[in-house]
Write a protein that binds this ligand. Structure first.
Ligand SMILES: *Cc1c(COP(=O)(O)O)cnc(C)c1O
Length: 609
């Protein structure tokens, strides 16, 4: 699996004259987007976690870009005017930790180029294309194994070229080391070495650099003003069309999970088959666990344990594993999910009691405290965000109260994690459950329990109540072997990895702001229509809104649902005792403009029914 990319972006771009007087070549604008930013987005969409950019000329532009893309790390080649692109790659090399994709900064390309390289079975692949007639071609000649023989602009050196160099390659860590050794031994006679020369040098030193030719690849390197015009008029439209042809039909899911996903998350499932007991897959699961933990706490104090299954499975894992045989549990019930926690406790015949609270009014913290002080409970279970109604429970206050009283907290954060910024330590949460298909915006099929390590160690000798869903066993086995005890959902985890990369890019804070922007659009429309919401706005999560069904007119949920579906929106019913509601969730990869479209439809429907 390729996790890193290096972009060499130090060059002066002097042939672009005025256009690069104040900026590096990568910052030419096409359709209002910087060339290199388009490339960065494509890399992230293809599962690249770290993008190392070697900067030189006008490096502050890249440093600025890095603020917008946490995946970017810049490194400055202070001697950029005295070296070629290989000098910049040498500066980047110390940051590279494995196999990687190497790109030039001034490339416009169809993202199929990345897909092709990442899926090519060869370890080192140099990408080539058919004739571009750009006037600035770099040719590649190959040997009988279709490996690099020579790379040059001069046909008299190349003879009969096999292909044109695109400027995107997949390289092993070892090959990078060979390139650096080659460059180091030529610092005196070739101070301005380009990386192409080092590729050839590495091949001569015994590395195998396979050349992959994609005859009709849409791409252009932009070195002068005519290239830029060509790119804007001819290449970019082709790329945009090609990429749009690969888009998956968009469905805006306004149901409370599984949530709408990006195409890049969907495509991440189409990965090479792999036995999950391979070290490589184990390392990926380790990364997933560490990154999930990183969203909510420190890796030293907290640990994430993965299971195959939906969110309820993670709830069941926690309830059945975390309360010891001599423990007793208080469960807060103010909605279907609180009730579900109680149901699980009853199935395992735990010693538990229920704290009932209104499904749509604020929880009474004083009453809860009285209850907790009245009897010595060892554990408390609650739902962070009651998805039934959109009611938020004051978990940070409840958590603190419990910790003051020495009570361990078990929280269902299935519909809160990755939307609401949670800090397990600050919020006094010891165990919490979530799933891959809600606010983290991955596919359904994996779930996880976040654990306070100290509390996890305390249940180590507890007799198991369940075999498959035992938290400590799963944790211990994975820590020792980098394998889950039973088959993990391989493709779902690949998609989860991509979803994590995209969550880190967006950040949970900004995601909550996006969700809130969508919620505001919805609530404005609801109020404009005079519809009533079940929960008062200040208590709402901004993630899902329960709206009372109108009693008059010809409203029918089924009709409303079917018409919405025809427009590409999926809505959800919600029944609470004898109160009928419909529910609009705004979690997942949905954008404010889509919420505007939905509210237009909603107004049309309610004004005519
Ligand atoms: C969605 C959800 C669950 C789990 O539902 P599954 O269908 O098992 O994924 C549990 N708790 C809450 C609060 C939820 O929103």
């Amino acid at each position: 699996m390729i996790r890193e990319a290096v972009i060499v972006g130090a060059g002066l771009g002097s042939r672009l004259k005025d256009m690069t007087k104040d900026r590096p070549k990568g910052f030419l604008e096409l359709n209002g987007t910087y060339l290199v930013e388009m490339s960065v987005r494509k890399l992230i969409e293809h599962g690249i976690e770290r993008i190392i950019i070697g900067t030189g000329y006008c490096n502050e532009w890249y440093d600025e870009l890095a603020k917008k893309y946490p995946a970017i790390e810049t490194v400055h080649n202070a001697n950029y005017s005295g070296t070629g692109s290989m000098g910049t790659l040498e500066v980047c090399a110390s940051l590279v930790s494995g196999d990687f994709v190497l790109l030039e900064s001034d490339l416009l390309y169809d993202s199929v180029a990345l897909f092709t390289l990442l899926n090519d079975p060869h370890r080192n692949v140099v990408l080539g294309s058919g004739a571009t007639n750009s006037g600035d071609e770099v040719y590649i000649a190959v040997d009988e194994r279709q490996e690099v023989w020579a790379i040059s602009k001069k046909l008299e050196i190349i003879g009969n070229p096999f292909t044109e160099l695109v400027g995107i390659s997949k390289l092993s860590y070892r090959t990078l080391q060979a390139m650096c050794r080659f460059a180091a031994s030529h610092h005196h006679d070739m101070p301005k070495m380009e990386y192409e020369a080092a590729l050839v040098g590495a091949q001569r030193m015994g590395e195998h650099l396979y050349v992959r030719k994609v005859e009709y690849l849409a791409w252009r390197e932009i070195d002068d003003a005519s290239h830029l015009q060509m790119a804007i008029n001819h290449i970019l439209p082709r790329i945009l069309e090609n990429e749009s042809l690969r888009q998956v039909r968009r469905e805006v899911l306004l149901n409370p999970g599984p949530a709408t996903t990006t195409d890049s998350v969907k495509y991440a499932q189409a990965c090479p088959d792999i036995c999950p007991r391979e070290e490589e897959f184990g390392q990926m699961m380790r990364w997933i666990c560490d990154e999930l933990t990183g969203f909510v706490g420190s890796k030293e104090e907290y640990e994430t344990v993965l299971f195959a299954g939906s969110g309820t499975l993670a709830d069941e894992v926690m309830i059945s594993s975390c309360v010891p045989h001599n423990g007793n549990l208080l469960i807060i019930n103010n909605g279907s999910y609180g009730q579900r926690l109680a149901k699980i406790a009853s199935v395992y015949q735990l010693d538990y009691e229920i704290f009932e609270s209104s499904t749509y009014e604020a929880l009474d913290l004083a009453a809860l405290r009285t209850r907790l002080e009245g009897k010595r409970f060892t554990h408390l279970a609650a739902v962070y965000h009651e998805t039934t109604t959109g009611l938020m429970n004051p978990i940070p206050q409840i958590g603190r109260m419990c910790h003051d009283l020495g009570i361990v907290t078990i929280i269902d954060t299935v519909s809160a994690f990755a939307a609401i910024p949670i800090d397990m330590k600050r919020d006094c949460i010891d165990f919490m459950a979530s799933t891959s298909n809600k606010c983290i915006q991955g596919m359904a099929g994996a779930c996880f329990v976040f654990c306070n390590r100290n509390e996890l160690e305390k249940i180590k000798d507890e007799p198991m109540r369940t075999y498959y869903m035992n938290l400590y066993d799963q944790y211990k086995y994975f820590s020792k072997t980098l394998q889950t005890r039973f088959t993990p959902p391989v493709q779902v985890l690949n998609a989860l990895r991509q979803a994590i990369i995209e969550t880190k890019q967006e950040t949970i804070k900004a995601r909550y702001e996006r969700y809130t922007a969508c919620w505001k659009i919805l609530v404005d429309a609801v109020e404009e229509l005079g519809l009533e919401m079940l929960v008062n706005k200040p208590l709402q999560s901004h993630l899902i809104t329960a709206i009372l069904e109108p009693q008059n007119g010809s409203y029918s949920f089924d009709m409303f649902h079917d018409l919405a579906r025809e427009r590409g929106f999926t809505i959800y019913p919600g029944k609470l005792g004898n109160i009928n509601t419909f529910r609009i969730a705004n979690i997942g990869d949905i954008r404010p403009h889509e919420m505007v479209e939905f509210t237009k439809f909603m107004k049309e429907y309610f004004l005519s029914n």
